[in-house]
Design a protein. Sequence first.
Length: 202
Amino acid sequence: MPPGRTTATLKLGLPASGCVAMLLATACTAYHAAPLDPAVHVAVHNQRGRSDAALMAYLKSYGASTDSAWSPTALALTAIYYGPSLEALRAHRSEALAAERSAGIHPSPGFAADIDRGFSNGGGSSPWGVAFGPTFTIETGGKRSARIALARERTAIVEAEIRAEAWRTMPSVRRATRDAAAADRDLQFAELERGAGDSLPG
C-alpha cells in the first residue's frame, strides 16, 4: 500500500456462485466500431477559411481584421489557429486539464473478496465461501495536495509550450507573406513583359 493511504474494508459474506455471477455481469461490455470516413475529413479541411465561424470569432477576439483582405496579423493568427503542432499541444493541454481535475477527486470506494474453505462442512452444502464487501481509501500525509500541485505544474508547462510555439509560428508566417508578395510582383512583371513582347511587330 502506498504511504499516506489507509484502506478500511467492510466484508460481507456472499455465496461463491453469486460473486462469480456479479463479476461476469460487470465484465460484459459491448464494442462499437467507429471507422474513419475520409470524406468527412476532406470536407472539414475544405471549410477552413472565412467560412469557418470559429476562426472568424478567434480573429475578432484578438482584434484582427476579418475583411476581404488578409492582414499580416490575421494570417499569423490563422496559422496559429490551424497549425498542426499547436493543435497537438492544445490536445495535450486538454489532457493536462483533465488530469488536473482528476487529481482532486477523492479515491472511489472499491470492493474486496476473500475465498475461504470450511473444513467442518455439514449438511451437504458447499465448503467454499466468499467474503465480499466494499473498501474505503483514506488519504493522509498531503498526498492529494501534492497530486494536485503536480498536475497543475504539468498544465503550466503545456501552456508555456503553446505560447513558445505561437511565437515561433509568427515569424515564419511573416516570411511566407513577404515571399508570396514578392512572387506576385514577379508574376505581374513577367506578364507585363510578355504583353509588351507580344505587341512588338514580328
